[in-house]
Design a protein around this ligand. Structure first.
Ligand code: GLU
Length: 476
């Protein structure tokens, strides 16, 4: 994946940070204070499994405590190491600042392949890892709040929440110790789809600005655009599904672990996902060409490329061959610093990770607020809102009848207008608003600041400014 000129992941994030910081006038020393990772805790623990003691290595890294709690997912993958966790924690700091989610940045990871373990074994491992972190306040509703990431899901979050509650029986806010939980364990509607939904909202906002779209050499809207997506996990699947089903995009390529499917006519995301689920790979998917060398499809012609899997997949080795004029980084760090430079020179527009995939942590924030307020969003006002709407509709109908105007409201208007917003609608509205506002703040810098050439550096400038302001306010 990397050659000898390619820096590691954390260094790559630092290089991107440095490019932005060079365009800013930060007080002496503050730049370094913001860039460095505050702490990384490494734990090695044993779990008795399959008749022997298995030793696992886990991490929880805190990048910045300019706001607390700190926030960031826990990843289960064999690639997990200190460098990766620290890079991801740094990205969380910048991501939260960009979308105005009031957290510092953190990340955790466990070095294991979750597919090698049975569910009950994973529960034992997760509870043990959580125990180690909880007893050091590295999981705590006020200080450090994990969430799902690659290799983890609602299931692991439920185990973590339960483990915390067992160890803190009198903590009334214990559910807020982790987000991304299942609904019946204190989760929120719309969290599972949130990151993919955020990618969709980010693209919609980008396409609202013809000037920005033109920078990528494209025109028009999302409809009819040819998309290649890498990774049909939670993020890639939802993003591709929503963009195809709701916005009329054509998913012409899907890249997975075992290879890629390519079909200019457009792939049915749902069918491919079902196949993947049943067969464990894309091979033999009916009537579509399958290519064993999946990564080559990153280089194929398309309008929008969505890397939604691992970091570093677009690197010095393939950047020059990438043909997509627009890349939206659904994964964290899919483009290395070196590749970023090559792509910028080619004029490729990149919607950067710290913005593009911020939907997950945004809805995590809503979940945390819900947990702390101990009430579902919309529960108090929904029916009252409906009653007021009904009043208006009735009055319009009465006026029309009295004056003989013959107005009739379209049935779908009535049905839609009368329906008060439930939790899912509110979550989507909050996420949409967040993605629009963050894009506007990046865009102002992109178009209005001397020396700024791209969205990534704009995103970093906005974030660094906000983190710096919060350090300054604290008197640090
Ligand atoms: N793991 C996700 C991310 O990388 C979500 C983090 C969260 O919700 O705290 O942004």
């Amino acid at each position: 994946m990397t050659d000898r000129h390619e820096p590691g992941f954390r260094q790559s994030v630092d290089l991107m940070f440095n490019r932005a910081a060079a365009l800013m006038k930060l007080p002496p020393g503050l730049e370094e204070k913001i860039r460095v990772c505050n702490s990384t805790y490494t734990v090695r623990f044993g779990v008795r499994l399959r008749g022997r003691i298995e030793t696992f290595t886990g991490y929880r890294s805190v990048h910045s405590e300019h706001m607390e709690p700190v926030k960031g997912g826990i990843r289960y993958a064999l690639s997990v190491d200190q460098d990766e966790v620290e890079a991801l924690a740094a990205l969380m700091t910048y991501k939260c600042a960009l979308v105005e989610v009031p957290y510092g940045g953190a990340k955790g990871g466990l070095c294991l392949d979750p597919r090698q373990w049975e569910e009950h074994e994973l529960e034992q491992i997760t509870r043990r890892f959580a125990f180690e972190l909880i007893k050091r306040d590295l999981i705590n509703p006020a200080q450090n709040v994990p969430a799902p990431d690659m290799g983890t899901s609602e299931r692991e979050m439920a185990w973590i929440a339960d483990q915390y509650a067992r160890m803190n029986t009198a903590d009334i806010n214990s559910r807020a110790c982790v987000t991304g939980k299942p609904l019946n364990a204190g989760g929120i509607q719309g969290r599972v789809e949130a990151t993919g939904r955020g990618v969709q909202f980010a693209l919609r906002e980008f396409f609202r600005h013809p000037e920005d779209v033109a920078r990528a050499g494209l025109s028009g809207g999302i409809e009819g655009k040819r998309i290649i997506v890498q990774g049909l996990g939670n993020v890639g699947y939802h993003a591709a599904k929503f963009l195809a089903e709701e916005d009329g995009a054509r998913i012409v390529g899907i890249i997975e672990r075992d290879g890629a499917l390519h079909d200019e006519a457009g792939l049915n995301v749902e069918e491919v996902k079902q196949w993947l689920h049943r067969k464990g790979g894309l091979k033999d998917f009916p009537h579509v060409a399958w290519h064993a060398e999946g990564a080559r499809l990153l280089e194929a012609e398309c309008d929008i490329l969505i890397p939604a899997a691992l970091e570093g997949v677009i690197n010095l080795g393939n950047a020059a061959r990438i043909r997509a004029p627009l890349i939206i980084e659904a994964a964290n760090g899919p483009v290395t610093a070196g590749a970023d430079e090559i792509l910028r020179q080619k004029g490729t527009v990149i919607i950067p990770d710290l913005y593009a995939n911020a939907g997950g942590v945004t809805v995590s924030y809503f979940e945390w607020v819900k947990n702390l307020s101990h009430i579902r969003f919309g529960r108090i006002q929904r029916r009252q809102e409906e009653a007021r709407h009904e009043l208006l509709v009735r009055e319009l109908e009465r006026l029309s009848a009295d004056k003989g105007l013959g107005w009739t409201l379209a049935p779908d208007f009535k049905e839609r207008y009368l329906r008060g917003a439930g939790e899912l609608e509110l979550v989507r509205s909050g996420l949409d608003d967040t993605m629009r506002a963050a894009y506007q703040s990046m865009r102002e810098v992109w178009h209005g600041r001397e020396g700024v050439t791209d969205l990534r550096v704009s995103a970093y400038i906005v974030s660094i400014q906000r983190v710096a302001a919060s350090y300054r306010a604290k008197g640090l």
